[in-house]
Design a protein around this ligand. Structure first.
Ligand SMILES: Nc1ncnc2c1ncn2[C@@H]1O[C@H](COP(=O)(O)OP(=O)(O)O)[C@@H](O)[C@H]1O
Ligand SMILES: [Mg+2]
Length: 288
């Protein structure tokens, strides 16, 4: 296949003159060409889950979760720490096998695929943005962004040309040669967004992707994440503690004790510590 070339995005500040304009390549299809699951034969959502149950020993992390994400839509997942948000994301992305229930991408069930098939699915049709530490520290920003396309068969030249366009579109022109340690936290997360988009995924999964950034930088990155996934037609599942970020998404679910509960019934900000809180508490607690 050829390296994915990014379509125009809403321009980030200062980069409007460098937006790539090439037409998007078709999404790769790696799923077995089985029949579309009858439950979704009508209006097939991009990604859906029914009756998801996941246990870790005595702990029931997911207690029967239903989710539907339409084509190109963004879903915010909120809820207190320990409520099952990450477990849901991992099950939806085929990283964890649920103990019961169904996950379907474009109507085709994926939870029964072999480990190898799920790995291929994740690499070619999903993009991931995590809180931090996902970029390879010995590679440059350009090489980090080019890597997923190369792993799915693009030549180095194709992949790096496309990577340069993605970086420019995300306001990162000039950072190509820098290693992650030479980027700010916000820049590193934008590079991670670029990397997640480069294979033109069907779905981007983001687990508290701005959890290690200050609120203002985090908002910039979140806006880029939501807008850029929308621009390329990918669906987005994003775990966030920030109600304002959730408001930018098309839909929101709130989780509590492994279940989806009506929005707004959990504490909006979650019970987990926010960036800086623990440091502030520790600093205040140090005996003088
Ligand atoms: N790998 C694991 N092994 C054991 N327990 C786990 C594991 N992952 C999650 N859990 C438990 O499952 C529950 C849900 O966790 P998680 O999905 O990480 O919640 P959240 O992302 O909302 O903070 C928690 O009780 C957590 O301790
Ligand atoms: Mg989590």
């Amino acid at each position: 296949m050829t390296a994915a070339t990014p379509p125009p995005l809403s321009p980030p500040p200062g980069s409007a003159d460098r937006l790539p304009t090439a037409a998007p390549a078709p999404a790769p299809t790696t799923l077995p060409a089985g029949p579309v699951t009858s439950a979704w034969a009508g209006d097939v959502p991009r990604l859906a889950a029914r009756g998801l149950i996941k246990r870790f020993g005595e702990t029931t992390a997911l207690a029967g979760v239903e989710v539907e994400i339409p084509d190109g839509a963004s879903l915010a997942v909120m809820g207190p720490s320990g409520s099952g948000k990450s477990t849901l994301l991992h099950c939806l992305a085929g990283i964890y096998q649920p103990d019961a229930g169904v996950v379907a991408l474009r109507g085709r069930e994926v939870q029964g695929l072999s480990e190898k098939e799920r790995s291929l699915l994740r690499r070619s049709q999903y993009g991931f943005v995590f809180q931090f530490g996902q970029l390879l520290s010995e590679l440059t920003a350009l090489e980090n962004v080019a890597l997923p396309a190369m792993l799915t068969g693009a030549s180095r030249v194709e992949a790096e040309t496309a990577a340069q366009q993605w970086l420019a579109a995300l306001g990162l022109a000039g950072t190509e040669g820098r290693r992650p340690g030479e980027l700010s936290g916000g820049q590193a997360q934008r590079v991670a967004v670029a990397r997640a988009l480069t294979t033109r995924p069907d779905v981007v999964f983001a687990d508290e992707p701005t959890g290690s950034l200050d609120r203002s930088t985090g908002h910039d990155v979140m806006r880029v994440l939501v807008e850029s996934t929308r621009a390329v037609g990918a669906s987005l599942v994003v775990v966030t503690h920030d109600a304002q970020v959730a408001a930018w998404c098309d839909a929101r679910i709130d989780m509590l004790d492994g279940r989806v509960v009506p929005a707004g019934t959990t504490t909006g900000g979650g019970v987990g510590p926010r960036t800086g809180e623990l440091e502030a508490i520790r600093a205040a607690a140090v005996p003088r």
